[in-house]
Design a binder for this molecule. Structure first.
Ligand SMILES: [Zn+2]
Ligand SMILES: [Zn+2]
Length: 288
């Protein structure tokens, strides 16, 4: 299939994605309202992020499809063979095999994603032009589960491109396996990201070293200068531990969130979508 057919099919398939986030968010919203980490999130906080996510879903699709095509084209030129994993054999090995297969299709892509995500995320904090886009995500002063979708569509597109592009270069997946891997790992990532962005006052110290948790990620969104440039990982904090950016939460620590200098970014939809592009242009002009 060509790019346009892929795009049309993917766009039609993504229509339910508009309804999924508000529905899966309900238990998180309920928990946030009952046991808020700090100030209780308001309905307009949720609504704004959900509307923003609709733009991101549709504009990220072309990037994902192009990445898949680019990855396939580059594969034949690779000096190495992508790692083959016997998924078919697993499927016939009974229940333990099936569980192992689903786990492998969920977590192997996420490991590749994390290697890429950690560094792209650090760059977004370091390079002014990229920060103009990522700033929108950090500007939520009442961070809540819906903040997981508060991303500028161009930032989403560049993140999606490299995650999809690299998985196919590392693992030898059939088209069906690649599709399942995208669904399984995407679902896991969505539920985890909803959880770790949520404003639920919950402490799980034993989990803080295994996967991202609300307390760990709140440190990343914190307005306290001591917390700046910590906990960049998306799923597995091992990258932060490895590269010295891990910061373990103190008991009872639930920092205030927002932009470091109290700046307000993207308060209206227009501002949220256009301001980052204008800001990036300003920086590019200033750099010359
Ligand atoms: Zn960040
Ligand atoms: Zn975040």
């Amino acid at each position: 299939m060509g790019f346009m057919q892929d795009l049309a099919a993917a766009a039609a398939g993504a229509i339910p994605a508009f309804f999924v986030p508000p529905i899966v968010m309900l238990p998180y919203i309920l928990a946030e309202q009952l046991r808020p980490a700090r100030e209780r999130p308001q309905w307009r906080d949720y609504a704004f992020n959900i509307v923003l996510s609709a733009f991101a879903i549709y504009l990220t699709l072309p990037a994902g499809i192009l990445a898949g095509m680019a990855s396939e084209a580059v594969r034949s030129l690779l000096p190495w063979h992508p790692i083959a994993i016997p998924f078919d054999a697993m499927a016939t090995a009974g229940l333990p095999g099936m569980v192992a297969r689903v786990a492998a299709l969920t977590f192997l892509p996420l490991l590749v994603h994390e290697l890429w995500f950690y560094w792209s995320h650090r760059l977004e904090h370091r390079i002014g032009v990229l920060w103009e886009f990522h700033k929108l995500h950090h500007s939520d002063t009442r961070m809540n589960c819906s903040t997981f979708a508060r991303d500028h569509f161009l930032q989403n597109a560049w993140r999606a491109f490299f995650s999809v592009f690299t998985v196919g270069l590392v693992f030898d997946l059939s088209a069906i396996e690649a599709g399942q891997a995208a669904i399984f790992s995407g679902l896991f990532l969505m539920f985890l990201s909803l959880f770790y962005h949520s404003a639920i006052r919950v402490e799980v110290p034993w989990l803080d070293r295994i996967v991202m948790t609300p307390q760990l990620h709140r440190i990343h969104h914190s307005v306290d200068p001591q917390d700046f440039d910590h906990n960049f990982a998306d799923v597995f904090p091992f990258m932060d531990m490895l590269f010295g950016t891990y910061r373990k939460p103190q008991p009872g620590q639930f920092a205030a969130t927002g932009l470091p200098d109290g700046e307000l970014a993207g308060r209206s939809l227009w501002q949220a979508l256009v301001q980052p592009i204008a800001g990036a242009f300003r920086r590019l002009r200033g750099a010359r």
